[in-house]
Design a protein around this ligand. Structure first.
Ligand code: 5GP
Length: 129
């Protein structure tokens, strides 16, 4: 089993602070590739493609994952997708890329702070694993 899948299955969905809160507070290092007042994109520590960037909201407001979205959250997923497009251009992914949101244990989510993965720099496959 992949370590990512193991981590996802070992994590109980919850609304506690995550490693991403420490990243936002700059308490642990990461490679930030862009930043604005609402979103923080940084390189994934365990990249699954030559370019693998996580895009997170700085304020999650209880939005641990997409399945927890309520009407007050509607701007957050859209903004994360917009930033994914901005960062993809910055990263030179002219030929295309993939944006993924994992949700819950079966979706292989391991960090309960909503985020999108921006993956590129290689040919993607379909169906995904
Ligand atoms: P998920 O599995 O929840 O969709 O994605 C979480 C991602 O966070 C994983 O791809 C994992 O590699 C990444 N990740 C976990 N901890 C850290 C960390 O401390 N720093 C960085 N840069 N990425 C992390």
């Amino acid at each position: 089993m992949s370590s990512e899948k193991e981590a996802a299955l070992a994590t109980v969905p919850n609304d506690s602070p995550t490693i991403f809160d420490k990243i936002i507070k700059k308490e642990i290092p990461c490679t930030v590739v862009y930043e604005d007042e609402k979103a923080l994109p940084f390189r994934d520590i365990n990249p699954q493609a030559p370019t693998h960037i996580l895009i997170i909201p700085k304020v999650k407001d209880g939005l641990t994952g997409l399945s927890k979205a309520e009407e007050r959250h509607v701007e957050i997923p859209g903004y994360l997708l917009y930033v994914a497009k901005v960062v993809a251009k910055q990263e030179g992914l002219e030929d295309g890329y993939r944006v993924v949101t994992n949700d819950g244990p079966s979706g292989c989510q391991s960090v309960y702070h909503i985020h999108v993965h921006l993956l590129g720099g290689r040919q993607m496959n379909w169906p995904p694993g």
